[in-house]
Write a protein that binds this ligand. Sequence first.
Ligand SMILES: Nc1ncnc2c1ncn2[C@@H]1O[C@H](COP(=O)(O)OP(=O)(O)O)[C@@H](O)[C@H]1O
Ligand SMILES: [Mg+2]
Length: 240
Amino acid sequence: MSAQYVLSDLTKTYAERSVLNIADLSIQSGEILALVGPSGAGKSTLLRLLNFLEFADDGQLIFDQQVVTPDLPLAQRRRVTMVFQSPALLKRSVLGNLKYGLQLRGETASKAELLAHLDQVGLADLAQQPATKLSAGEAQRLALARALVVKPDVLLLDEPTANLDPYNVGLIEDILQKNNAARGTTVVLITHNVFQAQRIAQRTGLLVNGKLVEIAPTALFFEAPVEQATRDFVAGKLVY
Ligand SMILES: Nc1ncnc2c1ncn2[C@@H]1O[C@H](COP(=O)(O)OP(=O)(O)O)[C@@H](O)[C@H]1O
Ligand SMILES: [Mg+2]
């Protein structure tokens, strides 16, 4: 596997306070990587850097063998999409929301293709409904479809199932796994749900105070953690 991202001594500082300081991390192309850690650990900040929404103060971020700078070409930026905890949908139909993401990029798709995408997330029957009428789970599945319709190389998810019922959590995990298997999409998933990490991530990493404490194949991470902080986290002793 090749590296999708390589982070070296990457630091991000807000108002002179260092909130992220990653010495060394490679994210492999095609892997599902879960990132866990207490609130305020810097998880969302890291995702913003991986999505080129913000840039590091120091150190280096390599994306696909290219050093990331604020001048990163649009074509590269567009290879990464993101899904947040609460989806921001437009006051349009479900189908209209799906189309919009493509239109922003000057792309189109046939209605049949769009419906096939909606079908993958179980929303084909609701295509003409206003997106504002969707349940939380349906809305998040639409957000996921919107992120996937542009066929990204990397999908970043920031606590995507935090507000959802188990049924929808299962659907979303299934969609992520199928997409990863079918397209080799690199997935970086921030989650508070350790069972979710265990279910779908090939590797899991723990962030605490802006630092990557430990990263390992998921089974090892949970069954034989090396670091004390990871042991505490796995035992539920690290306060959120
Ligand atoms: N734009 C910002 N300005 C100042 N501080 C910020 C900003 N964004 C995040 N922070 C701070 O950075 C730290 C990490 O935040 P965040 O990445 O959101 O953590 P997490 O997602 O792990 O909960 C927190 O202490 C937060 O208050
Ligand atoms: Mg966060």
